[in-house]
Design a binder for this molecule. Structure first.
Ligand SMILES: Nc1ncnc2c1ncn2[C@@H]1O[C@H](COP(=O)(O)OP(=O)(O)OP(=O)(O)O)[C@@H](O)[C@H]1O
Ligand SMILES: [Mg+2]
Length: 209
């Protein structure tokens, strides 16, 4: 392929199917378009990032302050950008990332109701202008997502939140999509996996090839 390496993120509330769809998209792009893919996730993607992930998701640490959580997310992101995302793009690999900065706006901004200005500041500091080319926002009814999580078992620190928290997160995500219509495409996450995958693939084909 002659295309520039692309940075794609997949976002949405817990249980909407992000990890499932990231894996399907990575496989399809690699097999059908011979694109080299770096499949990664946030928080995480590096050794330090995964250690931070286990801290921020630990259900035994429920009393972390909002700012502590926010700074940990950006600490993981700084590491991820410099050790994984930027190097992959510069080698011509496409990056598919399971959650990125939109999740910070949605969870720490919307869910935890932290000041957006702090997130804007940290985004500028850590990303120096690097943003995804395309973001797929998988959207689903909170009730349906929570049911999927119950079927999956185990609960992390975010999944232990009340329904109102997830409603705020979902509303923030939809608000982000309205504010960034050229980057964020909302896709219904409620149909079967294969149907959602086809919708994502057609957006990627249309936008990036
Ligand atoms: N389209 C779908 N229809 C029904 N079930 C699905 C669908 N997509 C994924 N699932 C199932 O729902 C659960 C959540 O999916 P997945 O782990 O991909 O979501 P996620 O958005 O990555 O969640 P988290 O934010 O917690 O990481 C899994 O058990 C998965 O097999
Ligand atoms: Mg996941």
């Amino acid at each position: 392929m002659m295309n520039e390496p692309q940075f794609i993120t997949i976002e949405g509330i817990e249980g909407v199917g992000k990890s499932t769809q990231c894996a399907l998209l990575a496989k399809a792009l690699n097999q059908n378009y011979a694109v080299e893919i770096e499949l990664t996730r946030e928080p995480g993607g590096t050794k330090l990032g995964e250690a931070i992930r286990s801290i921020v998701l630990d259900p035994d640490l429920p009393s972390m302050t909002g700012h502590a959580e926010l700074l940990l997310m950006f600490a993981a992101r700084a590491e991820h950008l410099s050790k994984v995302i930027r190097p992959a793009l510069s080698k011509g690999r496409w990056v598919i990332c399971d959650r990125f900065t939109d999740a910070t706006y949605a969870y720490q901004g919307g869910g935890r109701e932290l000041d957006n200005a702090a997130i804007v500041l940290l985004e500028k500091l850590v990303q120096s202008g690097l943003t995804p080319e395309l973001t797929i926002l998988l959207d689903i009814d909170v009730e349906v997502a929570l049911r999927r999580l119950m079927m999956r078992g185990t609960t992390d620190r975010f999944e232990g939140e009340q329904r109102g928290f997830f409603e705020r997160v979902r509303a923030s995500y939809l608000n982000l999509a309205e504010n960034h219509p050229n980057r964020i495409v909302v896709i219904d996450g409620s149909p079967k996996e294969g149907v959602v995958h086809e919708s994502i693939l057609s957006v990627v084909r249309e936008r990036l090839f």
